[in-house]
Design a protein around this ligand. Structure first.
Ligand code: SF4
Length: 378
């Protein structure tokens, strides 16, 4: 299904490293990785100076026995997997842990990580759950306080000029990711979901400077390849964090191509440009406030539905997979409501709960194959 040599391989070849997602490579070259655990964190702040943001994942563990002893078994499998990963030492080179009050599972994760690891920098941004001008002001205050903490703990320059420059780099990155999404819009698409997932994972585990230097050529190569992608349907995937590329591989091996990723760890609407005409702190607060696709903003349900409908038209999707993680309260509630409304707009929907790692293939695979068959009859 991959059109080019595979973005995975391209990254390896161009960077000359065996694992393009290994953030410790950059740590050894003088950058300082800062782990973050929720997309509501103002990640641009984590790219100031020699910092770079790393979206924490739990892909190096299978079982979560030790983490289960610290978090309850009803904690979502993402939080249990990242805690297990931290316990096995994979986050030792993080210069800090940054959280947001997106959900109670994340709050609990922070408490446990503080208790176990005593990090030099561990901070939680209190993000609003309601839309109002006061909430926006509160968020701006939170982000400014976080800036002061970065300066006092790590000596980072968080003044307006430094932040404006970081915003400008971030916006350039958004443009590149947009051009990747434009390739997915094509008929047939020029980039499949698996390759795009690899690209986003690389961006979320490397300094922006490195991504900005390497993405243009990779995307240009994808745009110029002339192999036609063989696929029967175009899908959008919506839901909780989806880190395990094996899910994408399985979905696409069944004959579809994922053209829109609207889940926490994906690109929509995470990589949305920040307004450079505004002062940087208010602009960043507005960006975090507006770009959220998270069900924690309960009053924004209709806005999220409208956005999914818009994307389904723009990317000409044949169906939507609404897929929360098991025990994810936020997406668990949202999924059923969302599925009903999308169906009422004549969009075929598969609502399927999943584990963090693709473990038992057969049940998920059977559901996907049945859904794709239904779509093919439409
Ligand atoms: S998957 Fe759900 S429960 Fe887990 S951290 Fe994300 S929003 Fe919270």
């Amino acid at each position: 299904m991959s059109l080019t040599s595979g973005i995975d391989n391209q990254l390896r070849d161009r960077l000359g490293i065996s694992d393009p997602y290994d953030f410790t490579v950059w740590a050894k070259k003088g950058w300082l990785p800062i782990g973050y655990f929720c997309e509501s964190v103002p990640v641009v702040m984590l790219s100031l100076g020699k910092l770079f943001p790393v979206r924490a994942h739990g892909l190096t563990v299978r079982a979560t026995d030790r983490a289960d002893a610290h978090l309850s078994q009803v904690a979502c499998p993402y939080t249990r997997s990242v805690l297990e990963t931290a316990l096995q030492g994979d986050f030792d080179s993080f210069g800090g842990y940054i959280f947001a009050t997106g959900c109670d599972h994340i709050r609990r994760l922070k408490d446990v990580m503080d208790y176990l690891f005593h990090p030099v920098l561990s901070h939680i941004i209190d993000v609003p759950h309601k839309r109002s001008e006061q909430a926006l002001i509160w968020l701006e205050t939170q982000i400014k306080q976080f800036g002061q903490i970065l300066t006092s703990t790590l000596g980072v320059d968080t003044r307006e000029q430094a932040l404006s420059q970081a915003i400008s780099h971030y916006n350039r990155l958004c443009e590149l990711i947009d051009s990747g999404n434009a390739l997915r819009k094509k008929q047939p698409p020029l980039l499949n979901g698996l390759d795009f997932q690899h690209l986003i994972r690389f961006v979320k585990s490397s300094p922006y400077e490195i991504s900005l230097s390497i993405l243009p050529e990779i995307l240009q190569e994808a745009a110029l390849q002339d192999q036609k992608m063989d696929h029967k349907s175009r899908l959008m995937v919506v839901g909780s964090v989806l880190d395990d590329a094996e899910y994408l591989k399985l979905i696409e091996a069944a004959g579809s191509v994922v053209v829109v990723d609207r889940y926490c760890s994906g690109s929509q609407p995470v990589f949305t440009k920040i307004d450079e005409t505004m002062a940087p702190y208010p602009a960043l607060a507005r960006h975090v406030f507006e770009r959220t696709a998270c069900p924690r903003m309960m009053s924004d349900f209709n806005k999220r539905v409208a956005e999914i409908l818009r994307l389904s038209q723009e990317f000409a999707v044949d169906g939507v997979m609404v897929s929360p993680l098991k025990s994810c309260d936020l997406w668990g509630v949202e999924a059923a409501l969302l599925a009903d409304i999308l169906k009422s707009h004549n969009l075929p929907v598969l609502q399927v709960e999943r584990e963090y790692r693709l473990l038992g293939e057969s049940q998920f695979q059977t559901r996907v194959q049945a859904f794709l068959e239904i779509i093919s009859f439409k």
